[in-house]
Design a protein around this ligand. Structure first.
Ligand SMILES: [Zn+2]
Length: 205
């Protein structure tokens, strides 16, 4: 077991998938190698790809609750953080980039009072993206986590997933080759369109 995951069960499942596929075009020796070893390789890989499923909300809360006293009055922004995830409908890769804007908590005179560690946001993105998910939920979970768990609570958070490519859409079914889809979630002050524009200005630098 790795966290909540049962490697043996995953392996058994992949074995059946491979048997179902059949591999009639392979010679007996190669087929034997694939049937005997691929399921355990697949289970190992999938456990790694879905590692975010082993992390609870309290893990993310703890990650974001440490802050450093610092006065800054501006928006902190991140641009084009890459993510890799898997859609829960087909277990097909879903990948893209994420922009994040955070306006930290302000004191009564409007000065920022604290900052979280810069590396924490990419780590949070990793926790939520290394799961079976959907782009809507991924955007919502990242925005909610940053807004609710950064301590002291930020004035606002804006998360934009962009250039998201879904293999289940591009390589089968609709076979739609677009430049990717987008998904945005705003919290706090970023519900105001003029604050969102500030974020877009920073991202266009
Ligand atoms: Zn899908």
């Amino acid at each position: 077991m790795n966290g909540n995951m049962n490697k043996h069960l995953i392996e058994k499942g992949f074995q059946q998938v491979l048997e179902g596929i059949g591999f009639e075009n392979l010679d007996a020796e190669t087929r034997e190698e694939v049937i005997s070893n691929t399921p355990s390789r697949m289970a190992k890989a999938w456990i790694e790809w879905l590692d975010g499923m082993n992390h609870t909300e309290s893990f993310v809360d703890e990650l974001l609750s440490k802050s450093f006293p610092e006065t800054s009055i501006g928006i902190l922004s991140y641009k084009d953080i890459e993510f890799h995830s898997f859609c829960e409908h087909h277990l097909a890769p879903m990948r893209g980039k994420i922009n994040v804007a955070i306006l930290p908590a302000l004191d009564e005179e409007g000065r920022g009072i604290a900052t979280h560690g810069l590396s924490k946001v990419p780590r949070v993105i990793k926790v939520y993206s290394q799961r079976l998910s959907l782009q809507e939920r991924l955007a919502r979970q990242i925005a909610d986590a940053l807004f609710n768990y950064i301590d002291p609570k930020p004035e606002g958070v804006y998360v934009v997933l962009h250039h998201v490519n879904h293999d289940c859409m591009t390589s089968r079914g609709a076979k739609a080759h677009a430049d990717g889809t987008c998904q945005a979630e705003a919290r706090g002050v970023f519900l105001d369109p003029s604050r969102r524009n500030e974020a877009y200005q920073m991202w266009s630098l």
